[in-house]
Write a protein that binds this ligand. Structure first.
Ligand code: ATP
Ligand code: MG
Ligand code: FE
Length: 342
């Protein structure tokens, strides 16, 4: 019994095969980065066409690598939202087609729940991660604090009032003249900078709750760049920016942990979780609360299909599957999922 996972909600085309116990049999991710780079961001129409061109081939490839045929499948899980509707339709329709042909259930997975449940994948956290835990989802499109209580049972405790944290990295990096997507470039530049030279605002620091705001930080970066900065100045600015973001996230995480006194761990996911400065800051916050910081390996933090197959396995176990008329949803908050009874 093997579950096929498909991901096509943004600019990664991905397929994966997992055994029901969570063993990864095969996985493949195709980034569309080069298709979108000339435009400085993801172009929805280009993304949809690229998913259509590549997803069927990726499915054949993982099935070939794993030596798995349609008769071995127990279910097919595809991202059904939130995301760009063209890509979602490609993945969900292919997933339904394969499920129908193989005579197995179809699972329409919420992409955010994929990120939320991945740290429970066997091997990510010694002994297995137990509910409830606090998830900080830090990516290019999302910036949320979520209490993960169970399959389909998620409470959003806070979110960004303006930009997502990855978006803030990308916009600030662009102002510093770095290529898109700027997050990793900014981190590299920050390594040779002095974080104390430019002290940037720490938005919402100390405020109750765990909402985020990053647009003021971006404006501060823009104002400094406008006055002119030399090479060392850019590195100092990058370091100052990263320090401000890390301090803000740490403060928000501490507030969120106080709202979830029964949390078993602080979990970080999303592409920004790759940032070592941010990880260090969050490790310290978790440590002060006597909790571990759990972060899936980077390849499972960014968009991938292993997380979709795994969320599918968790939902299948809970008896939650979708009918073939289940429609993809470009907007689909975590609070709106079918859930396991308590
Ligand atoms: P979604 O929210 O739909 O998952 P996404 O595709 O933008 O959107 P990810 O692929 O998880 O999200 O993450 C990409 C984001 O992570 C980009 O904004 C990128 O700049 C940022 N990022 C990646 N590596 C780093 C890093 N080392 N430091 C800071 N930001 C980073
Ligand atoms: Mg992406
Ligand atoms: Fe994602």
């Amino acid at each position: 019994d093997v579950v096929l996972g498909l991901e096509s909600s943004c600019d990664e085309t991905a397929a994966a095969l997992l055994r029901a116990d969570g063993t990864i049999l095969a996985e493949a991710v195709l980034s569309q980065l080069e298709d979108h780079t000339p435009y400085g961001g993801v172009v929805p129409e280009i993304a949809a066409r690229a998913h259509l061109a590549h997803l069927p081939g990726l499915v054949r490839r993982v099935m070939g690598e794993a030596g798995v045929g349609p008769g071995d499948l127990a279910a097919v899980a595809a991202t059904a939202g939130p995301g760009l509707i063209g890509g979602l339709i490609v993945g969900a329709t292919l997933g339904k087609g394969i499920a129908l042909a193989a005579g197995v259930p179809y699972l329409g997975i919420n992409h955010l729940e994929g990120h939320a449940l991945t740290p429970r994948l066997p091997g990510v956290f010694a002994g297995g991660l137990q509910f409830p835990y606090l998830l900080m989802l830090l990516s290019g499109g999302h910036c949320q604090c979520v209490k993960v209580e169970g399959v389909g049972r998620h409470v959003r405790l806070g979110t960004t009032l303006d930009d997502a944290v990855g978006e803030a990295f990308d916009k600030s990096a662009k102002l510093m003249g770095l290529p898109w997507p700027g997050g990793p470039h900014l981190e590299r530049l920050a390594a040779s900078g002095d974080p104390t030279r430019f002290v940037l605002p720490r938005p919402l620091l100390g405020r109750p709750g765990c909402d985020f705001s990053f647009s003021g930080l971006k404006t501060a970066v823009a104002n400094i760049v406008a006055k002119g900065v030399d090479e060392q100045g850019r590195a100092d600015l990058a370091a100052g920016f990263q320090a401000a973001v890390a301090a803000t996230l740490a403060d928000r995480a501490a507030h969120a942990l106080a709202m979830v006194p029964d949390a078993t761990a602080l979990v970080v996911a999303g592409g920004v979780a790759a940032n070592q400065g941010i990880r260090a800051a969050l490790t310290a916050v978790a440590g002060r609360a006597g909790l571990p910081l759990v972060a899936p390996p980077i390849r499972l933090c960014t968009d991938n299909a292993v997380m979709i197959a795994w969320a599918g396995i968790e939902r299948l176990r809970a008896g939650l599957t979708e009918a073939l008329d289940h429609a993809p949803r470009p907007r689909w908050p975590l609070s709106d999922l079918s859930v396991t009874p308590v």
